[in-house]
Design a protein around this ligand. Structure first.
Ligand code: LLP
Length: 420
């Protein structure tokens, strides 16, 4: 459930009519709803009510905006980060270092050092080599780095291949068959407090069964490690729960997910970490755009050319992803159209042959479910700059990221003297 709905024929974000935001901030613009973020945080937390000892660490990659992070920090969340930049954002939003988990397959030495400097709560180690390096860095400081070993359970998450992370051929984690041996080596190193296992098999999962299979493998590994004499106190179950992108689509709810987790982990006696991203932020944001013009098609439907493009919202071009597309002031008439952006490649297509509200030049429209993996994946391709972001709270709103225009980006470039 979200807080973007029609009120007197005009689409609102909570109590703010979207035309007002378009008027004051311009388009395209991402609009986030605080009430929706808070609702999702609450529902996810309540879904895990039966798991007493836990940390919910928001996957910052899904929406790293500082104001969004602040809302989630206030809801009691920590952060799952995958770079020094994300770590700095989590801290800037007031997340306690102890509630920060550092994931990622390619943490640099400098990033590991930053994590140690800030005293973060957990490093998820993805290889023997990374474990040795972290141990060496921490030991040199006379410290113990709290860590889990991320395993690759070789489970097909049944999602898009580009966002599947738990199959043997994927780059992530340590193959399950090597996990015992790598754990036994790393646990002995000075500088490392290796205390558990982490797993994450993919994103936008519509089926709990692959997650349950992966968690089952983790449970078995935990039992084996304990039998070998290791102390296991922590398990990180990653993120991945999917959300509906099409009106009417059904997905497992956080309550279904929580019930499964409680059942599978009942006897584990560990502290559990969760890293949800999309399920918290996805439906809490829309991308507001204006129709530039409608162009007649050659042998197909007309092209509705909007002022947002693949550089602002990459998911359709990158994954063939569907985003519902609705008029802000629907007339009740409908059309079938190709929804495209202005960028000079055919891949800049949001939807083909889409039945949607009838639109004409100057009309406002929204791409829904753009709160996760939206603004964060933007680029400045075609020198279009970066769009602004707005957070709505009841009847008020604030610009929480300025629009960065092509000029500001150009200011960071220079022509060397010897070329001038
Ligand atoms: N934890 C780890 C280690 C991850 O790699 C990810 C996402 C998450 C947590 C959060 O997963 P979520 O709960 O959001 O599914 N750009 C793609 C999604 C990439 C996901 C990468 N990893 C998209 O737009 O669909």
């Amino acid at each position: 459930m979200d807080h973007f709905s029609l009120n007197s024929g005009v689409l609102h974000a909570e109590d703010v009519p979207l035309p007002q935001i378009a008027e004051e901030v311009g388009t395209p613009v991402y609009v986030y709803s605080r009430a929706t973020l808070e609702r999702h945080a609450r529902v996810f937390t309540e879904g895990l009510a039966e798991v007493p000892d836990k940390l919910i660490a928001f996957a910052v990659k899904s929406n790293p905006n500082l104001a969004v992070l602040k809302v989630l920090q206030k809801a009691g969340f920590g952060a799952d980060v995958v770079s020094g930049g994300e770590l700095r954002r989590a801290l800037a939003a007031g997340m306690a270092p102890a509630k920060i988990v550092f994931s990622g397959v390619g943490k640099t030495r400098a990033e590991l050092m930053l994590g140690l400097d800030e005293g973060i709560g957990q490093f998820n180690i993805e290889s023997r080599e990374e474990g040795r390096e972290l141990a060496e860095l921490a030991a040199a400081r006379g410290e113990l780095a709290p860590a889990c070993l991320r395993i690759n359970p070789d489970v097909d998450a049944k999602t898009h291949e580009k966002i599947s992370t738990g199959k043997a051929e994927n780059k992530f984690g340590i193959p399950l068959v090597h996990a015992r041996e790598v754990f036994a080596e790393l646990v002995q190193l000075d500088g490392l407090h290796l205390r558990g296992i982490a797993v994450h098999i993919g994103s936008q999962l519509g089926d709990l069964e692959p997650l349950e299979t992966a968690f089952g493998k983790v449970g078995k590994l935990v039992a084996d490690l304990r039998e070998a004499g290791h102390l296991i106190t922590h398990v990180d179950l990653g993120g991945g729960l999917g959300v509906p992108y099409k009106a009417g689509e059904e997905f497992p709810s956080p309550a279904d997910y929580g019930a499964m987790v409680a059942r599978v982990t009942r006897d584990w006696r560990v502290h559990l970490t969760f890293e949800p991203g999309r399920v918290i932020a996805g439906n809490a944001g829309i991308l507001l755009t204006r129709v530039i013009r409608v162009k007649r098609g050659g042998n197909g439907p007309p092209f509705v050319i909007v002022d947002a493009a693949m550089n602002d919202l990459a998911r359709p071009a990158l994954y063939g992803a569907w985003h519902d597309f609705d008029a802000v002031e629907p007339s009740g008439e409908h059309m079938t159209a190709n929804i495209v952006g202005p960028i000079c490649e055919t891949g800049d297509t949001f939807a083909r042959d889409r039945k949607c509200d009838a639109l004409q030049s100057g009309d406002l429209a929204v791409f829904r479910t753009a709160g996760a993996y939206g603004a964060t994946m933007a680029s400045s391709y075609n020198s279009r700059g970066f769009v602004a972001e707005v957070l709505v709270d009841g009847d008020q709103f604030a610009v929480v990221a300025d629009r960065i225009d092509a000029g500001a980006i150009m200011d960071a470039e220079r022509v060397p003297e010897w070329l001038a």
